[in-house]
Design a protein around this ligand. Sequence first.
Ligand code: FMN
Length: 115
Amino acid sequence: MTKRIIVGVTGASGSVLALETVRQLVRGGAETHLVTSKGARMTIAHELGPDGLAQLVSLANHTHSHQDLAAPIASGSFRTDGMIVVPCSMRTLAAMAHGLGDNLVTRAADVVLKE
Ligand SMILES: Cc1cc2nc3c(=O)[nH]c(=O)nc-3n(C[C@H](O)[C@H](O)[C@H](O)COP(=O)(O)O)c2cc1C
């Protein structure tokens, strides 16, 4: 059965890991739901260049805006097989640990943890 995996990308060093994670998930047949934080946009541009974000988006099956708290992955009724946050900034780590749900990365993480 196809695995449905959320990939959250945040503003820590290591954007190339996000690219490779999505590439390998898609290669393995997973349905990927990508969400990049505001901070991620900066680190991706620094580390992968101006086309980095477009490369990442082109690999993923679905992309959601970090602001879209009404996206399917913000709800527990949208079943998934889990979430990977890569790379994970200290800000996002703290927000997930405290259940802040202040953007779609942290909200989706709350949902996956709760489910
Ligand atoms: C080039 C660059 C590299 C960064 N590297 C890190 C890092 O390795 N770890 C980290 O926690 N924050 C790092 N930051 C800071 C975060 O991007 C910043 O705290 C941001 O607000 C995180 O927001 P987010 O968690 O919503 O992505 C970096 C910022 C820039 C511009």
